[in-house]
Design a protein around this ligand. Structure first.
Ligand code: 6R9
Length: 659
C-alpha cells in the first residue's frame, strides 16, 4: 500500500452532495445506464459505437478477446477519426458552429468554425501526404497549444498516419528517443510559443534531436510560424507550415481505416528508465472518448462552452481537447499560456469572457489557485460554470471543497475522473446528475467498465478494505500494447494478477463500496499530474560526470501533489566540495540543469541531497520507502531488511549539515 499519510484523512471524509433535481432532470447520463451495461456490457458498447460515431462500413463483431490481452473492438468496421471529428458535422449543417475559441498568451485570438477546421485539416493532410507520409507512417508532433496542433493531429488521423505528440516541455534528448522508438518520418513543430510573457523557442530542440544518432528516419520537419523569431533552417528538410498549406487543395478524401488501425502512440513514464509508447487504435478509442466526454461532462453541444486546460502533450489533451469534444461537435476554448500571465486571474478572466460552462483541470492547478487566494477568482463572473472536472492525481477534500465553493458557486457538480494514458478515456467517475458526489473520491466505474480493489492474492477486498486497483474486463479505449514491445505490455499490466489489468494505483473501498484512489504503488511519481519515473530521473542524474549513484523519490508536496527529491552519491573530490555551502549550491544547480536538459524542466528535482550511501536491500534494491521518510521529514521506518542497517543513520547525520 502507498504510505502517503496525508491521504489517510480521506478515509474520515463523510460529506456527500446529491445532484439537484434541476440538474438531474436535464442530465445526459441516467442511472439506468448502469443496469443496461450490467445486463449486456458488449451490447451497451456496441450501441455507443453506433450512436456516437459514423462508420464507413458498419461492424458486426463487438469484441474479439481471443488474443488476450490484446483486444480487438468493432474490428470489421471501418471509419476515419478526422471525418468523425470534423467533416460529418459540416455535412450535418453545423459548419458555422465554433469548434475552437483560441486565446494566445499575448492576448491574440482566433475563432475557428467546424467548416474552417475541415478546410485546414484537409489542406494539412494534403500537405503532409505531399511530404511522403502514407497510412501507417508515424509523425511526431512537438508543438505548443495552438489551433495548428489540433489540425496537425487530425490531419495525421485523416491519412491513417499515427501521430506521436511529444510534450513541448520535453528536452531534445527526450524528443530524440521518442522519434527513434517510433521511427517517425515527419516532425511537426513551431518556431516557438509564448510562455510567461515571452517567446520561447521550440525548433532548436528539434534540430538538436535530429542531429543525434537514432533519428535518421525523419525526412522532413514541418514548421508552424507562431512567434516569428529567428529560426535556423535546413534546406530540403524544413518546410514552413503556411507555405505547405497555402498551395494544398482544400479537399481531401479521408483514408478509411479498420477500427483497429493505430490512431496514435503516446509515450509515458513507466517503472523503468525507458518511456513506454502506449498504442491506441481508432474505433474503440473514439467510442469511449466520445461517450465519456458526453456523459461525464454532461455536454450539450449546442449551448456549452467547454474548456479542458490540459496540454495536447498528455493523454488528457488527446481525449478531452481533441477527440472527445470534436467527435461530439462541442465548442471549446484553447488557451496557449500559463494561468498567471499576465496576472493570476487569467483563467477566471477567460471563463468570464467566453462564458465557459464546463471546466476540466487538475488538482495541482486548483491548489495553486487556492494558494494565490480566493479574492482573485472572486473578481470575475464565473456563473456560467455548470460542471467541474478534475483529473491527474487524487484530489484532496480541501481542494475539492474549495473548487466547489469558490469556482463552482456551491452548485456545479464536480466529477473526479480516474483514468490513465493506458486506459485512453475516463474509467472511474461520478456521473453528474446521477451520483451523489463525495469530496476526494472518484467513486464508481462508469457504465460498461468493471473495476475492483483487490488484495495481494487478487481477491476482491470487502467494503472498507484497501488494496490495488484493477480492471477486470476489457474496455473499448484500452491500450493495444506498447509500441514494438508486446512482452513488456504483458509483463507490465497483466502479470501481477494474471488475466486482469493492474493499473499501478493503490485504492480503498469505503462502506458504500465507493472507490478512493491513493496514489501509485510503483516507482512512478505524479508531479502536478504528470507522470515521471524515478528510474528515468536516476539515469539522467548518473549520466552526469560527478554523480556515482542516485536514488529518486516522490515526496508529498502541498501544491504539486508530489515533488521530486533526489539522493546522490558524488564521485571522489566532488563530495568534499559539496560539503561546503557554495559547493553545495553549485552541485544543486548543475544537477538540476542537467536533468532539465536530459528530460525536461518538469523533471527537475525540487531538492537534491548529497549522501554518502544509499539504503539497499541484500539483493541490491534501493529502499525508496526509507528515503521518502527522510524526504518527508518523518521518523525513518523499518530498516531491518537493509544490507547495512547503519546506512540510514549515516544519511540522517549527514543531512544535518548543508543540503
Ligand atoms: C489521465 C492521466 C495516470 C495516473 C494514474 C493515477 C493518477 C489520474 C486520477 C489519478 C487519483 C484521479 N490519476 N487521475 N489519481 N484520482 N482522478 O492523468 O493519465 O498521465 O497516464 O496518469 O495518474 O495514479 O495511474 P496519466
Amino acid at each position: 500500500m502507498p504510505e502517503n499519510s496525508s491521504l489517510e484523512n480521506l478515509l474520515t471524509e463523510t460529506r456527500s452532495f446529491p445532484p439537484s433535481p434541476e440538474f438531474a432532470a436535464q442530465a445526459n447520463a441516467k442511472a439506468a445506464m448502469y443496469d443496461e451495461a450490467r445486463a449486456d456490457r458488449l451490447a451497451f458498447w456496441a450501441e455507443q459505437a453506433n450512436d456516437l460515431l459514423t462508420w464507413k462500413t458498419p461492424f458486426t463483431q463487438t469484441l474479439d478477446w481471443s488474443d488476450a490481452p490484446v483486444a480487438r473492438w468493432f474490428a470489421d468496421g471501418t471509419l476515419n477519426a478526422a471525418y468523425n471529428a470534423v467533416d460529418r458535422h459540416v455535412e450535418a449543417g453545423l459548419g458555422d458552429r465554433v469548434a475552437i475559441h483560441f486565446e494566445g498568451e499575448p492576448g491574440d485570438t482566433r475563432t475557428v468554425t467546424y467548416a474552417d477546421l475541415q478546410r485546414d485539416v484537409s489542406r494539412a493532410a494534403n500537405a503532409i501526404a505531399a511530404l511522403g507520409v502514407e497510412s501507417g507512417d508515424r509523425v511526431v508532433i512537438y508543438l505548443p497549444m495552438l489551433v495548428e496542433s489540433v489540425v496537425a493531429m487530425l490531419a495525421c488521423a485523416r491519412l491513417g498516419a499515427p501521430h506521436s505528440v511529444v510534450f513541448g516541455g520535453f528536452s531534445a534528448d527526450a524528443l530524440r528517443s521518442r522519434i527513434a522508438d517510433a521511427e517517425a518520418k515527419l516532425v511537426i513543430t513551431a518556431d516557438g510559443g509564448y510562455r510567461r510573457g515571452a517567446p520561447s523557442a521550440l525548433k532548436p530542440a528539434v534540430d538538436e534531436a535530429l542531429e543525434g544518432e537514432g533519428a535518421e528516419s525523419v525526412q522532413h520537419v514541418l514548421v508552424v510560424r507562431r512567434t516569428g523569431q529567428d529560426t535556423a533552417w535546413t534546406e530540403g528538410r524544413d518546410v514552413w507550415w503556411d507555405d505547405a498549406l497555402e498551395s494544398a487543395d482544400v479537399r481531401h478524401e479521408p483514408v478509411w481505416v479498420e477500427a483497429e488501425h493505430p490512431l496514435y502512440i503516446l509515450y509515458t513514464s513507466g517503472t523503468t528508465g525507458k518511456p513506454k509508447g502506449i498504442l491506441h487504435t481508432t474505433g474503440g478509442y473514439l467510442t469511449q472518448a466520445a461517450f465519456t466526454h458526453k456523459n461525464v461532462f454532461d455536454l450539450k453541444a449546442e449551448t456549452d462552452v467547454y474548456w479542458c486546460t490540459a496540454d495536447i502533450g498528455w493523454v488528457t489533451g488527446h481525449s478531452y481537447v481533441v477527440y472527445g469534444p470534436l467527435i461530439n461537435g462541442a465548442t471549446q476554448l484553447i488557451y496557449e499560456g500559463t494561468p498567471d500571465t499576465p496576472h493570476r486571474g487569467r483563467w477566471w478572466e477567460l471563463i468570464e469572457k467566453y462564458k465557459v460552462s464546463i471546466l476540466y483541470t487538475a488538482p495541482t492547478a486548483i491548489r495553486t489557485c487556492m494558494k494565490w487566494g480566493e479574492d482573485i477568482p472572486a473578481k470575475f463572473d464565473l456563473s456560467s460554470l455548470r460542471v467541474l472536472g478534475s483529473v491527474g492525481e487524487p484530489i484532496n477534500p480541501e481542494a475539492w471543497m474549495w473548487y466547489r465553493r469558490v469556482i463552482g458557486g456551491d452548485k456545479a457538480p464536480i466529477v473526479d475522473t480516474w483514468w490513465q494514458t493506458e486506459t485512453g478515456a475516463i474509467m472511474i467517475s461520478p456521473l453528474p446528475g446521477v451520483t451523489a458526489t463525495k469530496p476526494g473520491s472518484a467513486q464508481v466505474p462508469l457504465p460498461g467498465i468493471v473495476a475492483d480493489v483487490v488484495d495481494d492474492e487478487a481477491h476482491s477486498v470487502p467494503d472498507g478494505g484497501g488494496g490495488y486497483l484493477v480492471l477486470s474486463e476489457p474496455w473499448p479505449s484500452m491500450l493495444r500494447g506498447i509500441w514494438g514491445d508486446l512482452e513488456r505490455y504483458k509483463d507490465t499490466y497483466w502479470s501481477r494478477f494474471p488475466g486482469i489489468y493492474f493499473a499501478g494505483d493503490g485504492a480503498k473501498k469505503d462502506d458504500d463500496g465507493d472507490i478512493w484512489l491513493l496514489g501509485r504503488v510503483d516507482d512512478v511519481m505524479n508531479v502536478s499530474g504528470h507522470r515521471l519515473s524515478t528510474t528515468e530521473i536516476e539515469s539522467a542524474l548518473v549520466s552526469h560526470e560527478i554523480v556515482a549513484e542516485a536514488a529518486v523519490v516522490g515526496a508529498a508536496d502541498e501544491t504539486t501533489g508530489q515533488a521530486v527529491v533526489a539522493f546522490v552519491i558524488l564521485r571522489g573530490e566532488h563530495a568534499d566540495k559539496a560539503a561546503t555551502e557554495d559547493g553545495s549550491a553549485e552541485v544543486q544547480t548543475a544537477l538540476r540543469n542537467h536533468v532539465a536538459k536530459e528530460i525536461g524542466p518538469i523533471a527537475k528535482p525540487r531538492r537534491i541531497l548529497v549522501v554518502p550511501e544509499l539504503p539497499k536491500t541484500r539483493s541490491g534494491k534501493i529502499m525508496r520507502r526509507l528515503l521518502r521518510d527522510v524526504a518527508e521529514n518523518r521518523t525513518v521506518g523499518d530498516a531491518t531488511t537493509l544490507a547495512d542497517s547503519s546506512v540510514m543513520d549515516l544519511i540522517s547525520a549527514g543531512l544535518a549539515g548543508p543540503a
